[in-house]
Design a protein around this ligand. Sequence first.
Ligand code: IFM
Length: 505
Amino acid sequence: MRGVPDRTVRRTTSASALPVSRRDVLRLGGGALALGALAACTPDAGTPSPGASATPTWTPPASPMRLPDGFVLGAATSAFQVEGSTTADGRGRSIWDTFAAQPGNVRGGATGDPAADHYRRWEQDVDLMAELGLDGYRFSVAWPRIQPTGSGPVNPAGVDFYRRLVDRLLERGIEPAVTLYHWDLPQPLQDRGGWAARDTASRFADYAALVFDALPDVTGPWLTINEPKTTAYVGYGSGYHAPGIRDVDQMVAAVHHQLLGHGLAVRAFRASGASGRVGIALNLQPVYPAGEGAHEAAVRADAVENRLFLDPVLRGAYPDDALGDLPGQIPADPAVLDALVQDGDLATTSEPLDVLAIQYYGVTGVDSSGQNVQLYPTSDAPWQQIHPEGMYETLVRVRDDYPTAPALVVTENGIPDRTPDGTTDDAERVEFLRAHLQQVARAADDGVDVQAYYAWSLLDNFEWAEGLDQRWGLVHVDFATQERTPKASARWYAGVVAQRAVPPA
Ligand code: IFM
């Protein structure tokens, strides 16, 4: 099954009628890949891609590449992936608590407890960030800690945790960047339809307003929703993530209602008078045509992977080529989306932003039938086709195609270790980070207003359906003892922060 838009997911109102089992699906930052579509294939050199080139065109310089003045170098986590303590201090139940509790949903039967035990070890973790010299820390607030049932009054103990964290970060000179929603929807809201229900957008804006009021000192970017594409496509399309639904119409509804919730939260941000800047975190990836006659399918797949999110946020319109029955499209009737969009919604989704957060993991190839094709080597996450130049192409493309785009920040980029056992000798991650940071510096040199980079992730953590087996951290976590050990990449990254430059290989 490929990015949602799993070519094999047929339009249906019955989740059980969808033909793809979870085992058939590989998690994707923005969807899923068809195992059967991984046949190696070379790009069709004669066919222009939908906006980028799969052919390497740039050689890194032999000297360090300086980052712009004021550039923020940080690391990121999310609440459910690191906090643990899922029942502490009045926290309510989230969809990931429910999903992970069901045998077979998460590899090894891992749950969100204890994850990296950050809820109890946060002071030590801030010390670690300070030792590495990080400029910024991006974390998410767990909605079920703030509103245990997804609506109603604030849970003071939940708010206090994040207040203490923000205060300590500021004391240590680390800029907090806060994501409001990183996939841990309160279960009672899912019981009322989750993101497939329009009301969830309003509940999200109410929650966001509470957090803006509770954390007035946040100086870094506020990000409304993390990767709405993944939530919609993997949570409601393939069912590989919570809430485990396989229904393409609900998937489309989840796209629109998250973007609506985003826009309503931006309005709440302006109304609150909160400090800082606000944006949304979109996972984007170049789509390359692979093989004869693949150009049109790749253009449609680009709509599915990128423009279905960029256009409503930055242009106030949905693209007209993302849904349908042509190769590369989400197999849904475009009327489904039309029926969801009410008067004024697109003005809401396109509320002006201060920042746009881009999460970049790799690229995808698409053949003439719309199936995903592997063009580049993958990491230990089979969905991740590694191509550093795609970072540059993505940053430049957003700048060039979206004149209203605000300043850009890269809020996720990283790679898992090759082994679940946990190494601290992660030379592959060092080279990955180097190559991608060089592309960020290159984009900045070419005039893109890119202001920050957060490595994913600060710590080894709970990698969703992969459980504890995929380790994405700069810092190794021994999940038995919770001991933290910086990997070689953490030391290397600390050097980049200190030098304000990316050294050559
Ligand atoms: O761990 C995830 C994160 O939660 C969202 N972006 C992709 C990462 C790696 O899969």
